[in-house]
Design a protein around this ligand. Sequence first.
Ligand code: IMP
Length: 424
Amino acid sequence: MPVTVIIGLQWGDEGKGRVIDARAGDVDICARFHGGPNAGHTIVLGDKKYVFHLVPDGIINRSVVCLITNGVVIDPTVLLGEISGLENGGIIVKNRLWISPRCHLIMPYHKVLDSLLEEAKGKGKTGTTGRGIGPVNSDKVSYNGLRIFDLLKPAVFAEKLRVQLEIKNRLITALGGSPFDFQEVLEQYIAVAAALSPYIKETQPILYRAWKDGKKILFGGAHGFYLDNELGTYPFCSASAVVPGAINEYAGIPTFPDTVVGVVKAYTTRVGGGPFPTEVVGPVGDLLRERGGEYGATTNRPRRCGWFDGELTSKAAMITGTTQIALTKIDVLDTLPEIPICTGYQLNGRQLDSRELDAIDLGQVEPIFEIMPGWQKETRNIRRLSDLLYATRRYISRLEELIGVPILQISVGPERKEMIDVRG
Ligand code: IMP
């Protein structure tokens, strides 16, 4: 019963979209199981560029059924915008995309609270995407959330909204914001309920039946391991569980995946605040950002860039049970004469294990670097591992050695075809 989960092993933006896309043609179901519209996946197909925030990347493959399960928080306006963009581009979404009614709704007050809370935290802010992710999840765990289930029952929705606005307006005005008008929000959401209703169906029974029947199911992760709310660099993280085991809670599949594909960028990036031991600021960091197009797909913020971090990536692979690696963006390193790789951390001469460190400690470690020779040759047109220069293969195999998991796909450019596939 083949279940595959694809997740990032860094801080997100590893290029998961194109790795999911490369495998989606071969599966029956493609599902999103965590995160929300904070995610941004880019897939380039010839002259077409698709950016997904909520719809599973598999939607481009016309034979695949796509599901959004209950771990995902939904901004209806973003979702409906994405659906109409796809349908206008000739991709049929109706009867192919199902959304669990258990999904929590991002309300306008969540987005306002997101920015007010960030502002109030000042220098210690997380640097969120501003999409309301933290506030909607805190409502979820404190029993204050509104779900799609509620949206389908107008009287229930109106009453819950009335109570929430009483609470939220007090909070918002105390933090210096402007209160929301009940009637305005209600009308906005009643309108989206009608537009969303053709896509609502409980996803767990669909997944369970498919799993029992031995169908191929692909869970496309939305974030990187270090954004996991429990295991990531808290509080510089996101609000979902990112790990593959979350498919039990979020999607109702009673099993651990057969295959866990860890997507790893050939260097490291992060967006927002928080520790980043291998960060490079200055001309080399700028070069990585420009060559890699490292600007957020959701917020367009410049991403912080740095060297590959073997300590963090190997621990992420270990904890997530990663069985194979898809390495992305090796071509971004093509021009460099030499490339440092972080093989571990130390502080005051003592070697440290990142699993024992919180975000403050992680901000103080000194990375131990090993310098690899660069290859200074374009890799973009290469499709076979053996056609890469020795220095490129050596860099890749050193990464593989440090992560401790085989690298089976290597992307050498943003387009679907620009991939070296050694899966056999
Ligand atoms: P939030 O998820 O918007 O609350 O943001 C929390 C942290 O996670 C911030 O540092 C964001 O930049 C980061 N983050 C959230 N989603 C993504 C993503 O898809 N890629 C990279 N960083 C993300």
